[in-house]
Design a protein around this ligand. Structure first.
Ligand code: 4AD
Ligand code: MG
Length: 430
């Protein structure tokens, strides 16, 4: 007998199959038990009729508690009323483990309670759908970059220096020396790009963010492509193509998941190139007209990003931020040295920044100066300066935040749902 997953049931109509999973919910009416069984690929109704199964199976079906694990046999039947289009007419059932009283019941629970039970919260239909979409987003990143000739080069997590400013560093002891958890793989990516041309890293990044917002995690995942011999225009074109690919793949492959979280897919279907662009200068005018005045030189906060992003149906690039609000490694505009050659990509529907990127400073003397201005220890960056000593080239790259992207694609209220085990300001358990 074929062992199948819930997702594969449709390919076995009329056949008897074996299914393994957990009991999500049950209704019973004397001679019948209606079990909703989940197995990670989906949810299906399994009907246990007293007349169709042996007494032990029928008793087990009646005794099984929420989240008990089960092994079922049954015939796959078409059922137009069910969301999956079919159900299982059970012929036998074995209780693998009788679950204790399950803490997450079918009533509403508060977020704090759910966060404390994240290891169990993950089993619910909405969370399963989000995790499947997250996996698709990650796979689509790799797929697009691999096909475009990028080489994945993994960058270290334990590092001797800061990449994205010193205010969000996690410090740790490295055999008597100071080390930090990586805020970004970018600097190492730049070295790898000089070795391999086009590279990317994909992994966790750590920021000791003291801010408690619906957009910030302490530990998040980021894909960071880096390209040698590449200016900012091409950098933005790559971002556009990558984002469109990710959204297209989710639309193609995750329809059940999009439905499970109630996503309005029409909003995603308009995510096509070209994306609109607005300069930082023009954005200030746009913001002022909406009562969000900001003096030139200041960085955007969430309300500013939200206002800009909400005015469009697809992601928008904000270009040319003041160098002073950006990291030390940014190239500056030769005509206006106070402006960085960079862009943030803001997601629509109020989601704000999902990508930060730009062209890197290629000149040795100016980079040395910048490192000093930012009060960074020159000695920790000697290796990075070597990249400007031995065949320096114009190069660019960007970082795409995976959880922010998932939160936008699924229109999640809070980024915490986009991470399997979110690390937040006051939350590290479980
Ligand atoms: O803009 P950021 O800080 O840029 C960098 O780290 C560059 N070194 C990337 C590069 O050019 N290689 O971060 C990039 C993206 C942001 O746009 C956002 O999507 C995400 O990483 N991000 C966060 N996501 C969740 N929680 C946080 N605390 C985040 N900080 C950044
Ligand atoms: Mg940024």
């Amino acid at each position: 007998m074929a062992v199948v997953t819930v997702r594969e049931l449709g390919q076995h109509l009329g056949q008897e199959v074996e299914l393994r999973g957990w009991l999500y919910n049950r209704r019973s009416s004397g001679k019948l038990h209606f079990l909703i069984v989940r197995d990670g690929t989906g949810f299906v109704q399994a009907v246990v009729a007293r007349q169709e199964v042996d007494a032990a199976s029928f008793t087990a079906a009646g005794e099984a508690t929420q989240e008990s694990s089960l092994r079922l046999r049954g015939v796959v039947k078409e059922d137009p009323r069910s969301p999956q289009g079919h159900e299982l007419a059970v012929t036998g059932l074995e209780l693998v483990h009788l679950a204790e009283a399950y803490p997450i019941t079918h009533k509403e629970h508060g977020v704090d309670f759910l966060m404390d039970h994240r290891h169990l919260w993950l089993r619910t239909p909405r969370q399963v759908a989000i995790m499947r979409v997250r996996a698709q987003v990650l796979a689509s990143c790799r797929e697009w970059l691999d096909r475009a000739g990028f080489i994945q080069v993994d960058t270290p997590i334990l590092t001797p220096a800061a990449c994205e400013g010193t205010s969000t560093l996690f410090e740790t002891d490295y055999f008597g020396e100071r080390a930090y958890l990586a805020q970004s793989g970018q600097l190492y990516n730049e070295a790898a790009a000089m070795a391999l041309g086009r590279v990317y890293c994909l992994g966790p990044a750590f920021r000791a963010e003291k801010s408690k917002t619906r957009r910030h995690l302490i530990e998040f995942w980021m894909v960071e492509p880096e390209m040698a011999f590449c200016g900012q225009a091409e950098n933005e074109a790559i971002q556009e193509a990558l984002i469109c690919h990710i959204v297209r793949r989710v639309l193609e492959r995750c329809q059940p998941e999009l439905a499970a979280v109630g996503r309005d897919v029409q909003r995603l279907e308009s995510v096509k190139p070209p994306f609109p662009r607005i300069s930082y200068d023009d954005a200030l005018g746009f913001l002022k007209a909406r009562g969000l005045e900001l003096p030139w030189g200041q960085d955007f906060g969430s309300p500013h990003e939200t206002a800009i992003a909400e005015a469009h149906d697809r992601p928008i690039f904000v270009t040319g931020f003041p160098s002073a609000v950006k990291a030390f490694y940014m190239e500056s505009d030769p005509q206006r040295p106070e402006v960085a050659v960079c862009a943030d990509l803001l997601a629509p529907e109020g989601y704000g920044e999902i990508i930060g990127g730009g062209q890197r400073l290629a000149d040795l003397a100016r980079l040395e100066e910048r490192i000093d201005q930012h009060g960074l220890p020159r000695s920790a960056f000697e290796w990075y300066l070597d990249l400007r000593r031995y065949g320096s080239v114009p190069h660019s790259g960007f970082g795409l935040g995976i959880e922010r992207t998932v939160a936008w694609i699924l229109r999640l209220e809070h980024i915490r749902e986009a991470a399997p085990f979110p690390r937040m300001l006051q939350h590290i358990y479980p």
